[in-house]
Design a protein around this ligand. Structure first.
Ligand code: LLP
Length: 438
């Protein structure tokens, strides 16, 4: 039995109703597809709030924990409001994410600004909105940030992003903690960074260290080791430079269950590993327990989201595969084509048979690589059926595009048999609104 939401494939309220249709939080997905059209992103508020509470409970024994949702996984104004209500702050990485959090009525003091090439404008906006922390990534940024802080007559609290030298077994595009990474300072550069800030940047105040080791992680040991590196380095810096840094940010990365063979640890397990590592290493290095930041993204919003598609054309390759094509694909979910990501799906509407057929679900975009799911057994798929693809809440909408000039889907939030639009479907007028004719 799954212990926490990230160990489920489906939103926790998913079931077949008495008509034989799939429903989530009491909303019949076949009706929803008819009402709002497809493709359609559906977010289950119950699952979302449940996972947020699981994080809160899992870390409740470590009182100095700050939970920051990694906005890059899914940022909309309504999602930001819900997670803020559940006690989360935000990891933001762009002017757009900052603007959305602000638009949701949330004070940016609850946010950390990350990124390896923040622009001058973004830094100016972040500081004007009193961003809580900036995680400084490189030498250029230190100068830019100090200049801007001086201009605005304030002292900006910062973390130093480090590359902890930890490799985890995830897709190479989403590993970040290994030494040959574009993110953060190598540990051998930290003394220079601190001397530069101490001697030349009077408007920056270093509070601690930040690291992120990768995404869709199933191992626990890597978190134990990462915390070890952060605390050891904190101690070394404090001793060498006579400072009193007391914050660590462990980043995000906890995996979720896209398909049955995935087995991520529970949120409780990860919390225990992190907290145990803090205690062990603080004792070992004789340092006070630091303030902890965590930045989960995927494991917060992934499982709560599904995408509904309508099945259209079929192609049977002679003596080969059978393709079924849906009305979306790589523009609303680029993960299969980018990372060979796997997904599970079911026909949402009632089928008058138990027969299954092995098919490959293709997208509608003009690219052979636009395959959403390779070889899946579906319950007798036919044109007009509604296909529900699970686990699309993270990095689906947030990485979507208008490839082939196709409109971005709408997103709805379901709860208690009610559905509300939280992102409207794009229109053709919006598509051309920035086009300039002669
Ligand atoms: N903190 C930092 C500094 C990050 O770079 C990331 C993700 C996170 C937190 C959140 O990680 P999560 O808990 O979501 O694993 N587009 C890829 C994932 C890229 C993740 C980038 N950084 C995908 O679709 O798999």
């Amino acid at each position: 039995m799954p212990k926490t939401v990230n160990q489920n494939i489906k939103p926790i309220t998913t079931k077949r109703n008495n008509l034989g249709n799939l429903e989530i939080s009491g909303c019949d997905l076949t009706d929803i597809a008819k009402k709002y059209g497809t493709p359609l992103y559906v977010m289950d508020e119950v699952t979302l709030r449940q996972v947020a509470r699981e994080y809160k409970n899992a870390f409740s024994s470590y009182k100095k924990t700050n939970m920051m949702f990694a906005s890059k996984a899914l940022m909309t104004s309504r999602i930001a409001q819900i997670l803020f209500e559940e006690g989360f702050g935000f990891d933001v990485v762009s002017g757009g994410e900052i603007y959305t959090v602000h638009h949701a009525g949330i004070d940016l003091s609850h946010a950390t600004f990350n990124g390896n090439n923040k622009t001058k404008d973004e830094i100016e906006t972040a500081l004007k909105l009193n961003i809580g922390r900036v995680s400084v990534d490189n030498f250029l940024e230190i100068k830019m940030l100090d200049e801007e802080a001086k201009k605005q007559n304030k002292v900006q609290k910062i973390l130093l992003r480090i590359t902890p030298g930890i490799e985890c077994h995830t897709h190479k595009y989403i590993q970040t903690g290994h030494l040959d990474s574009k993110f953060g300072f190598d540990l051998t550069q930290i003394d220079d960074v601190i001397n530069l800030i101490k001697n030349e940047c009077s408007n920056l105040e270093i509070k601690g260290l930040h690291a992120h080791i990768g995404s869709q992680i199933f191992e626990t040991r890597v978190y134990y080791d990462e915390i070890g590196v952060l605390i050891k380095e904190l101690k070394r810096i404090n001793t060498t430079h006579n400072l009193n840094l007391n914050e660590i940010n462990a980043g995000g990365g906890l995996g979720i269950t896209y398909v049955g063979s995935d087995c991520p640890p529970s949120i409780d397990t990860i919390a225990n590993v992190i907290i145990t590592s803090i205690k062990d290493h603080c004792e070992k290095f004789e340092i006070e327990e630091p303030v902890l930041y965590i930045e989960p993204g995927r494991s917060i919003v992934g499982t709560a989201g599904v995408t509904l598609y309508t099945i259209g054309s079929f192609k049977q390759v002679p003596n080969g595969r059978k393709y079924i094509a849906v009305d979306g694909g790589m523009a609303d979910n680029p993960r299969p084509s980018m990372y060979e990501a796997k997904y599970y799906a079911e026909i949402a509407n009632f089928k008058n048979t138990k027969d299954t057929e092995k098919v490959t679900v293709a997208g509608r975009f003009c690219e052979s690589g636009d395959i959403l799911i390779k070889d899946i057994d579906l319950n007798s798929p036919e044109t007009g059926d509604i296909l529900c693809v699970y686990n699309t809440g993270a990095y689906g909408y947030s990485m979507s595009s208008n490839y082939n000039r196709v409109l971005k889907p709408a997103m709805i939030l379901v709860n208690n048999s009610q559905s509300d639009i939280i992102i409207k479907r794009e229109t053709y007028e919006q598509l051309v609104q920035n086009d300039v004719l002669n």
